[in-house]
Design a protein around this ligand. Structure first.
Ligand SMILES: [Zn+2]
Length: 1009
């Protein structure tokens, strides 16, 4: 099959040497590539057959191809014909491009004019005020008038009727719902629109993910899910090339780095600090080259990035949505209210205003907004008139403004043609304030329980996918169950989900989806264990997963011999009603890499309790005792006193306490009346509140752990429940370290970014909120360094939080928020989470601290960061067998790896690969992602490049030597299966198994979460 030309514009950045030939998540990127054969829609082939054409459908068609077709049997539907004619006309329009190419899908530009790229778009939140399903169908329109199905229903005919029209679509969670409901004819039409570039998928993630409280693992997974959907249904022409993060509240450098590694050519976003925006407008630096990982990946992580002029809205007066109050074009001069002249004048002014701030003779205008285009005709009819009457001025008035329907890809392509040098950026866009006292730093911590649940469920999904992936018998069920949990996780990464900025009913819906996903995983994990655990034909009794361990509740483990009393406050958590356990059992375990181990405990009634612990890690889960490296001394009040590094003997005074800010109350009518809310953190004053009475202290000494239970009871019993002010609770550690206004936070769990108090790298900050304006997202770690003593103090968190260093030597992390006012950003209700007793929701979390030399610190926080992220899963069962009998019939320990991976390599992904593959494959292929998780220069040994042999990895299967593909460039791996990874590098492979199970073409997108 010949390689015909793709109608899609070529990767713009290639010419600028920005394009990275690396794809974390994508396989077939060549449109019309012969491999796409797998996804060719048979109805298109039918059409060709109908018309008696022998021609390959993927070659460019001519009008005579279409109209020379005299034979039209019944099965060729009218929509198919519409698709074909649209495509032919589309090419006709494209041929007028100043590049004089007949293959682009971009509309023509005029090089001697300011070209205004009008981008029709809709911003569809995957849950916010309504749930994702309510938004899809347009239910509960009393809350918000929004139904995504109508958007797609009404946009498609508009595109079909006029090949010059364009539309971009972003959120695949919605698109997939719509696609599943369409008949084949409609699917054919839509494929035609995608192939011609009229309908372009932008971003292409399951959602437009939040960037502050997401982990890179989840960001990759949610994009891989969306990309995989597009790949399976649209092939190479569905491949997104542009990041479109128009709404998230601040932007992470790691997100840019990942986008560059996805092979994106550009990124556009809407929100940045108002001072930064003013500075960029005044210095014509709204568009830049962002270095996503300057110290590690270099050019591979560079991404062209543009700030949108008007957030993601149209210019004032030009919102042509059905329910907009902006005036439509009234263009019959015989009628009253004729307004064309004024409309065009206003638009020309808006275009000239905007063009002043951008470097080239191209500007982009976002013509759409939240859930717009439910009646696309309203928009397009007026956009047609806008284009017609404004461009008419070119002949009547010598106007130099040219309007065209466009997409961000076509716009980016023109910027590349302009051959400019762009300014660079190497830090990130946090924190984001949109006016003086409105810093969106509260959402770093908002809904701490949901944030924790998302993190914990992700660990479950990763264990499940990999563990069951190794047990080939369960693979079909696996793909489907994987889809349930994968889609739930994908939805949960949305910028109003994990961010905690949704309405309460929507937060419950996200949690329910995650719970459903978990229970699907648990069923299949039990099946997998049934394959792995028995030595012979003995059946396996199955295991029970305790989902309530976060409140120390698990019915199967109750009434055990235990050692550590459950903290009184925990025993009183209202959700524990009915659970008896008053003690927790603490013992050290060892779990082999990517495997499980079993422990048995004899219970009082003579039965045995079986613990199965599974681990998704590349190395053995042997206990790391921090107490071998450092010591922590308490004073008599239960406060921390001194931290000592046992290697060097260096000590530092350290005190930890829990304090709280009163959230500012206000009606938000003006900036100075901004209240604290789900998005905004605005403390009432700069000094946090402390307690006057000393806390109650209970000390528990045991052979393995010592615990100091400190109860700040007056706050718990009186303040939270009785007074009427919102609380933002922080854990604060004061050390004697000389940190020189500097601290460090991670970017989505990966690269570390240096933060300096009251300072921004790219503009002169006028600090207006001395606490909230110094808060940054902490996804897994925050640390202080004392360069004079060479020591580092690190705190690792178990979920995303906001963190800061408000004074030298001090770190604080906000752990919980309960607010009684709405911050007036649309949610319309205060973020006042309550438990089953209708009192403030109780949250339990963990933090790990480390004090040691700077040169040793990475070894701790890199490995422990992964351990905290992917905590082992525990499962339980009761049995009459004793250990001896049990171990005769069952494997008590198992590992899927032949040997541990090197200490700086992590297996990020191991999963069965569905859909079309890189090459025809007889056996089920697998996708493997390996990552080097140290940064350059962090550790003398572990930061070095390292080589791994893929063949040596897995116990249960052998990789076919001649059938391993590098996903990054779709090349076969030649010679040995040695893979080298450089610091912070992620590499993706498709492997095929020797004698593996037959390949199944399972469509994992037919189920819903
Ligand atoms: Zn949004």
């Amino acid at each position: 099959m010949s390689h015909a030309v793709c109608l899609f514009p070529p990767p713009a950045s290639k010419e600028r040497n920005l394009h990275v030939d690396e794809a974390l998540v994508w396989v077939a990127d060549k449109c019309w590539d012969d491999r796409i054969e797998n996804v060719l829609d048979t109805s298109i082939l039918d059409f060709i057959a109908c018309c008696g054409q022998k021609k390959n459908v993927w070659s460019p068609l001519t009008k005579s191809d279409l109209f020379g077709c005299n034979y039209m049997p019944k099965k060729c539907s009218i929509t198919t014909v519409l698709y074909m004619s649209g495509r032919v006309n589309g090419r006709g329009v494209a041929s007028a491009d100043s590049e004089s190419s007949s293959t682009w899908s971009c509309n023509a530009v005029k090089d001697d004019m300011i070209n205004v790229h009008l981008v029709p778009h809709t911003h569809d939140d995957v849950g916010w005020l309504k749930t994702v399903d309510q938004y899809y169908y347009g239910a509960r329109n009393d809350i918000q008038n929004a139904g995504v199905q109508y958007v797609l229903d009404s946009v498609i005919p508009e595109l079909v009727n006029d090949p010059s029209k364009r539309f971009i679509y972003v959120e695949i969670a919605f698109f997939a719902r719509w696609w599943r409901e369409q008949e084949d004819n409609m699917k054919t039409v839509v494929k035609g629109l995608v192939n011609s570039g009229q309908l372009e998928f932008i971003l292409g993630g399951w959602c437009m993910n939040d960037e502050a409280s997401t982990h890179y693992n989840a960001i990759i997974d949610q994009h891989a899910l969306g990309f995989e959907f597009l790949r399976q249904n649209f092939g190479g022409c569905g491949r997104p090339r542009i990041g479109w993060q128009v709404d998230p509240f601040g932007h992470s450098r790691e997100q840019a780095s990942l986008f560059a590694q996805f092979g994106f050519d550009g990124l556009f976003f809407g929100r940045l600090d108002y001072q930064d925006k003013n500075h960029r407008l005044n210095t014509t630096t709204m568009e830049m080259l962002w270095h996503g990982s300057p110290d590690n990946l270099g050019e591979k992580s560079d991404l062209f990035t543009g700030v949108l002029y008007n957030l993601y809205q149209p210019p004032g007066g030009f919102d042509f949505n059905q329910y907009s109050s902006d005036e439509p074009f009234m263009d019959d001069p015989r009628l009253h209210d004729y307004n064309v002249d004024k409309k065009v004048d206003d638009f020309l002014k808006a275009a000239k205003d905007q063009a002043k701030y951008y470097k080239t003779n191209h500007i982009m205008m976002t013509m759409g907004s939240d859930f717009e285009y439910q009646n696309a005709h309203h928009w397009y009819k007026n956009l047609d008139k806008l284009i017609h009457y404004t461009n008419k001025r070119q002949t009547t008035d010598n106007s130099k403004i040219n309007l065209l329907y466009s997409t961000p890809s076509c716009y980016t392509y023109q910027l590349n043609r302009a051959n400019k040098t762009w300014p660079t950026k190497s830090d990130d866009f946090y924190p984001y304030a949109y006016r003086e006292h409105s810093f969106m730093t509260g959402y770093f911590t908002s809904r701490a329980a949901l944030k924790g649940y998302i993190r914990e469920t992700n660990a479950f999904l990763q264990h499940f996918v990999s563990k069951c992936g190794l047990v080939t018998v369960v693979f079909i069920v696996l793909l489907i169950s994987n889809a349930v949990s994968g889609e739930a996780m994908g939805v949960a990464q949305h910028h109003d989900a994990v961010s905690g900025t949704e309405k309460q009913q929507v937060a419950y819906d996200y949690a329910m989806r995650l719970a459903n996903g978990r229970s699907e995983c648990q069923k299949v994990m039990n099946d997998a264990m049934g394959q792995l655990v028995p030595k012979g034909s003995e059946g396996f009794m199955g295991v029970f997963f305790c989902d309530l361990l976060n409140i120390s509740a698990c019915s199967i483990t109750e009434q055990n011999k235990q050692m550590i009393p459950v903290f009184k406050r925990t025993q009183n958590i209202p959700e524990r009603k009915g659970y008896m356990a008053k003690n927790e059992l603490v013992f050290r375990v060892e779990i082999p890499a990517l495997g499980y181990s079993t422990y048995m405990i004899k219970m009082s009634e003579g039965k045995f309790l079986l613990f199965l612990l599974t681990m998704y890690m590349h190395f053995t889960g042997k206990a790391i005792s921090l107490l071998e490296h450092m010591s922590l001394k308490f004073d008599s009040n239960g406060n921390w006193d001194k931290l000592t590094d046992l290697h060097t003997g260096q000590s530092v005074d350290a005190r930890s306490d829990i304090v709280y800010y009163h959230g500012m109350a206000g009606n938000c009518s003006q900036g100075k009346f901004q209240s604290s809310g789900a998005y905004i953190f605005r403390p009432n004053g700069t000094t946090p509140q402390t307690w006057t009475d000393p806390p109650t202290v209970v000390t528990v000494d045991g052979p393995l752990v010592n615990e100091v239970h400190t109860e700040f009871s007056p706050w718990v019993t009186q303040v939270t429940r009785q007074d009427k002010m919102g609380k933002e609770v922080v854990v604060r550690v004061n050390t004697g370290m000389k940190s020189d206004a500097t601290f460090y936070t991670d970017a989505n769990g990966r690269d570390i970014i240096k933060r300096v108090r009251n300072f921004r790298k790219t503009w002169n900050l006028n600090q207006t909120e001395s606490v909230a304006g110094n808060y940054y997202p902490v996804n897994s770690r925050i640390f202080l360094r004392d360069e004079s003593s060479g020591m580092q103090f690190t705190v690792l968190t178990d979920r995303s939080q906001g963190g800061a260093s408000i004074q030298d030597g001090q770190l604080e992390l906000m752990v919980h928020r309960r607010l009684l006012y709405d911050d007036s950003l649309g949610v319309g209700e205060p973020m006042n989470e309550t438990g089953s007793d209708k009192q403030g929701l109780i949250i339990r979390g963990k933090m790990y601290v480390h004090f040691g030399q700077i040169s040793d610190a990475a070894k701790f926080h890199r490995e422990f960061g992964l351990r905290t992220y992917l905590t082992p899963i525990t499962a339980f069962t009761k049995t009459d067998m004793n250990y001896q009998d049990y171990s005769m019939f069952y494997n008590t320990m198992w590992s899927g790896l032949k040997q541990e991976l090197p200490a700086n390599i992590h297996m990020l992904t191991l999963e069965q690969w569905g859909g079309p593959t890189l090459t025809p494959s007889q056996t089920q292929p697998y996708l493997i992602r390996l990552e080097h998780f140290y940064e350059n220069g962090e550790d003398p040994q572990l930061s070095l490049p390292v080589t791994v042999n893929l063949q040596d990895l897995f116990v249960t299967f052998n990789i076919a030597n001649n059938n391993v593909y590098k996903v990054e460039n779709r090349q076969k791996l030649k010679g040995s299966l040695d893979i080298t990874l450089n610091p912070m590098e992620i590499r993706t492979f498709q492997v095929n198994l020797k004698d593996g199970p037959p390949r199944q073409n399972v469509d994992k997108f037919t189920v819903f979460s």
